[in-house]
Design a protein around this ligand. Structure first.
Ligand code: SAM
Ligand code: SF4
Length: 462
């Protein structure tokens, strides 16, 4: 099955020819930033084992899908991809399903998709090298499905594609039990990395030229340093922001219950910490929050928003909302719309409630019909669009520092990102020719001249 390739140099006649075995893999990632970063670490692990990454599943011997099961649609996508490539199995390819769908469906995946040979949840990624050996020795059914772990997935090698912004996972799993959510079942219990290992990684990244770090976790602010140093999240955040060479630190996601004022205090005190907080609310109705098992009321959530609004640097606030959770009445829904107005979010990720296996919400009466969920979602999204038009217009005339993320050939504009995580597309001043040097990764001041619901536009200032 493995292709053998000869080295590029022709051997001298009579010498022993050594064949270098190059095993190729392709990986496709579904879902959140946690998954994207898990894939970066999986790629690092595979490359460390002598595998070489290729761009298409057709070219690969091993095909990996790193999956998401947070909503039904995400899960369906994975199975449709597996079906699409079923016939490729006949050509000697090996298929592996990683991540949340793997953990959730377990060995049932072998029944649904018999061409799959490896099923591995994220809590077992440390065992990947050993599982790869099992695959290589011809084992057709390899699984890594235990959630009984205190380990976090740390790799000596992580393959990062973006040379300027790097993710660091500081906490894995989740100990909450929101009634709608699969994460506690798919990612296992909360496990924090030691503060020393996080700081070491940030220092290594800074040495290799990264200037922006994003700390990741299902609930980053539930972070508890397992080492005797016993740092909490605010301390860790502050210290990452003090690593020489690091200009920006972001973090996502924060759980409102564990969000203390000290996080705002360190953002205020340390300019390297981005003035943006993503604080998922899910609903503006305390009755719904109780039924979702969110562990805070609307009033408690708004107290955290008040801390942010009182900060010395203006903090951009973004959130997640679920519409159509079982039992959500029109008045609960209106309470959510009212909360959007009261907070004035900079951006909202909004979702229709999706029934998920194993979750307590499956047993709740009064499921909301699909059309009604769609209606509420459309209303909410239009409502929020108007808020964003107003919010973004407040930036007209302001000068914002941007990290340049790339160049849009179609519009001739550079794509920048502000500390508040807003996209700010910009042109160089007319006196400077466009496109004669690559600005990607640089930090520039840009004056905002136009504002839309989803982005800003402007011109770089000298
Ligand atoms: N830990 C974060 C928190 O508690 O806010 C959320 C992490 S979750 C991976 C990301 C978002 O997916 C949630 O904030 C929620 O809005 C959404 N989500 C999770 N389960 C869902 C479900 N069953 N249906 C619809 N949206 C869901
Ligand atoms: Fe899911 Fe709730 Fe945990 Fe967030 S806190 S990952 S929504 S169970």
């Amino acid at each position: 099955m493995n292709r053998a390739r000869e080295g590029a140099d022709k051997p001298h006649p009579g010498t022993l020819v050594q064949l270098r075995i190059v095993k190729t893999f392709y990986i496709e990632t579904f879902g959140c930033q946690m998954n994207v970063h898990d894939s970066e670490k999986v790629i690092g692990t595979l490359v460390g084992q002598g595998y070489s990454q290729v761009e298409t599943p057709e070219e690969a011997e091993l095909v990996f899908y790193n999956t998401c099961s947070i909503r039904d649609k995400a899960e369906q996508k994975v199975f449709s991809r597996l079906q699409q490539f079923k016939k490729e199995h006949g050509k000697g390819k090996t298929f592996a399903v990683l991540g949340c769908v793997a953990q959730q469906e377990g060995e049932k995946i072998f029944e649904k998709a018999p061409h799959v040979s490896l099923v591995c949840g994220s809590a077992s990624y440390n065992r990947l090298p050993e599982m790869l050996v099992q695959l290589e020795t011809g084992n057709r059914r390899v699984t890594g499905l235990s959630l009984d772990t205190e380990d976090t997935f740390e790799t000596p090698m992580t393959r990062r594609d973006n040379p300027h912004r790097a993710y660091i996972t500081i906490i894995e799993g989740c100990d909450k039990s929101c009634a709608y959510c699969v994460v506690p079942f798919t990612r296992g219990p909360e496990r924090s990395r030691t503060s020393a290992s996080v700081i070491r990684e940030a220092e290594e990244l800074a040495r290799s030229g990264y200037t922006e770090i994003q700390l990741l976790g299902q609930n980053v602010n539930s972070y508890r340093d397992p080492s005797p140093a016993a740092w909490d999240f605010a301390m860790l955040l502050d210290q990452v922001g003090r690593v020489p060479g690091i200009r920006r630190v972001r973090f996502t996601t924060s759980h409102p219950r564990d969000f203390g004022k000290e996080i705002i205090d360190v953002i205020d005190a340390n300019p390297a910490l981005c003035n943006h907080v993503h604080l998922p609310v899910q609903s503006g109705s305390s009755r719904m929050l109780a039924s979702m098992g969110r562990l805070y009321t609307r009033e408690e959530y708004m107290r955290r928003i008040a801390w942010m609004k009182a900060a010395r640097r203006p903090i951009a606030i973004t959130t997640d909302v679920i519409v159509g959770f079982p039992g959500e009445t029109e008045s609960d829904f209106e309470a959510t719309l009212g909360l959007l107005d009261e907070v004035g979010y900079d951006s909202v990720f909004s979702f229709k409630y999706s029934r998920r296996p194993n979750t307590p919400a499956l047993a709740l009466d009064d499921q909301i019909p699909e059309e009604e969920k769609s209606r509420r979602l459309a209303i909410l999204q239009e409502h929020q669009r108007q808020i964003q038009i107003r919010r973004n217009a407040e930036y007209l005339g302001c000068v914002e520092e941007c990290m340049v993320e790339g160049f849009n050939k179609a519009t001739g504009q550079w794509i920048g990102r502000t500390a508040q995580h807003k996209t700010l597309n910009f042109l160089r001043p007319a006196s400077e020719p466009e496109g004669d040097s690559d600005l990607t990764g640089k930090y520039l001041d840009v004056r905002v001249t136009r504002a839309g619901p989803n982005s800003l536009a402007g011109e770089a200032v000298h």
